[in-house]
Design a binder for this molecule. Sequence first.
Ligand code: F3S
Length: 282
Amino acid sequence: MPEVITAKTAGFCFGVDRAVSTVYEELEEQPGPVYTLGPIVHNEAVTEDLRKKGVSIVEDPEALESVEKGTVIIRAHGVARSTDELLREKGFNVVDATCPFVKKIHRIVERENAEGRRVIIVGDPQHPEVAGIRGWGREDTLVIQSFEELLSLALPQSQKYSLVVQTTFNYEKITEIIARLQKLDYDIRCFNTVCNATQERQKEAGEIASGVDAMIVIGSKNSSNTRKLYDICSNRCNATVLIQSLDDLTCKDFNSVNSVGITAGASTPKHIIEEVQTYVRS
Ligand code: F3S
């Protein structure tokens, strides 16, 4: 039987936990329909349970044109200021479950713009969190994914800049990007806004993956923080697999390995982690 090491930081982070609990609370309290703007969490088991209890997922505010008025819950990723305003103008009861760490970035962007500084976001431009952050900044807000991309833009040195980071960005990579940026001749303020939960989860996953024969990362392939965990672990352990639940575990024979590590993304419920852990142990 292999030794199994499960990361203490695996599973729901504070922000996702809070957002999911908010939906269950609103279901109890609100008499009318309850919607979430996008799935509240990248996990089908959770969204399916909520659907059965009557929560509808709407993908964008336009889809709300044709539905009965009710409560709209904004998920942990947050939304652009214009989306927030639009929902309120349309007469919905808006419940904002944006993670406080993301909300803090919105405030930084507003404040830095007010001081005349151009904002640069480091993150995935397609990710809803980044789109939301961008929506609190001026038109000229930039999104970049790497130091090289920033250099290629040849930004004028006459301008002042402020840099913020997607909360789930790779902590080691951003530390390096910031260090390289600070050596250049730019007036740039850097706010490393990778959240603590992400930082600790990535650190622990890397440590576990370095010392085991096989590593299991549990989470959705659509989840940004899960994919980053997979990258970190596969760099340290060749036998790393990414699964959404126990059903996806194709290599089910762990008799030949001495140790297996398990971690999970921020949107993976505890019971799925426990199932995988019990299976590997037995
Ligand atoms: Fe918030 Fe960090 Fe989770 S920003 S939603 S605590 S990954």
